[in-house]
Write a protein that binds this ligand. Structure first.
Ligand code: PBG
Length: 331
């Protein structure tokens, strides 16, 4: 193919909207979105989150309403994160194992409201339940203990599965947890509960607003660099993904999103498995701040960034913009 101008004019197919639609390579639909939502105690409660403008914590009844909204918008899956009351947080995050904790009550309320019309994804990690804000059990020096933590995460995952979760999403980055969770699900009558592992999760500066939302920012001592990945590493991400797949993950996630689309692409090219990305709280906040400052059109920024995830190779995206984006896409 050596033909060139004037035989070849790439602007020809861009000249009209119908033609641009016809030639578009990547499609974004509400079915590509997973909507993360924050659960809090009470009834009829909506608490706005200052660092996540436009996102609120909802009490369980409000979460059920959000799930119904998601079904109406064509969003196939909702992801739950609890804002555990301070008096229920302790050193070992025991509230994560309570069958009546916020997370389990929210799962049951969504199931009552929506039946099997929506998938419920639940996060496995102890940070919303610990008094120190780390994702696992810590020793006297504050180091997060791998194998002891995995022992608790398995029980947390089973607790969520018993309540009705469809997808268990371990976000803790402990070694070996996917295998042990998979075995526990198999042995306890949950063969069809999926595992979407946060396989390549980086120690990122983009998680700040999320930690406000689940009330762990003020509590967190130190950082999470002994378990979350170094932002400079890509080969290691491929090893993480390979391990989690071998351990029984049904799908894998890369997190954060926009700053790590190269990782998404490399994972997608190396492994023929569904890859998801999490457009995290700090990314959401950045788009909102840019729009509020007049630096760009909010709706266009939202759709362009979500499209970028699809183009990079994602099967879907976890995004706080899910409902808004679905409304835009549904016209
Ligand atoms: C908890 C968890 C975090 C996020 C998802 N699950 C925070 C963290 O690892 O500190 C971040 C999501 C976001 O920023 O939107 N393990």
């Amino acid at each position: 193919m050596t033909s060139s101008y004037p035989n070849l004019r790439l602007r020809r197919t861009r000249a009209a909207a119908w033609s641009r639609a016809l030639h578009r390579e990547t499609m974004l639909t509400p079915a590509d979105l997973i909507w993360p939502v924050f659960v809090t105690e009470g009834k009829g409660v909506e608490e706005p989150i200052a660092t996540l403008p436009g996102v609120s914590r909802w009490s369980v009844d409000g979460i059920a309403a959000r799930a119904k909204e998601a079904v109406e918008l064509g969003i196939p899956c909702i992801a739950l994160f609890p804002n555990t009351p301070a008096d229920k947080r302790n050193e070992d995050g025991a509230e994560a194992l309570n069958p009546d904790n916020l997370m389990c009550r929210a799962i049951r309320a969504i199931r009552d409201a929506c039946g099997s019309d929506i998938g419920i994804l639940t996060d496995v990690a102890l940070d919303p339940y610990t008094s120190h804000g780390q994702d696992g059990l810590v020793d006297d020096g504050g180091y997060v203990l791998n194998d002891d933590t995995v022992g608790v995460l398995v029980d947390q995952a089973l607790n969520q599965a018993e309540a009705g979760a469809d997808i268990i999403a371990p976000s803790d980055m402990m070694d070996g947890r996917v295998h042990v969770i998979r075995m526990a699900l198999e042995m306890n009558g949950h063969p069809n509960v999926q595992i979407m592992s946060y396989a390549a999760k980086y120690a990122s500066a983009f998680y700040g607003p999320f930690r406000d939302a689940v009330g762990s920012r003020g509590l967190l001592k130190g950082d999470k660099k002994t378990y979350q990945m170094d932002p400079g590493n890509a080969l290691e991400a491929l090893r993480e993904v390979e391990l989690d797949l071998n351990e029984g993950a049904d799908s894998v996630m890369v997190k954060p999103g926009l700053a790590y689309l190269d990782i998404v692409r490399r994972v997608r090219e190396r492994f023929d498995v569904p890859v998801f990305a999490y457009q995290v709280s700090g990314e959401y906040a950045m788009i909102e701040a840019a729009a509020a400052a007049g630096a760009g059109d909010r709706d266009a920024l939202v759709l362009e960034t979500l499209m970028a995830f699809k183009r990079a190779g994602c099967s879907g995206v976890l995004t706080y913009h899910a409902a808004h984006a679905a409304r835009l896409l549904n016209g």
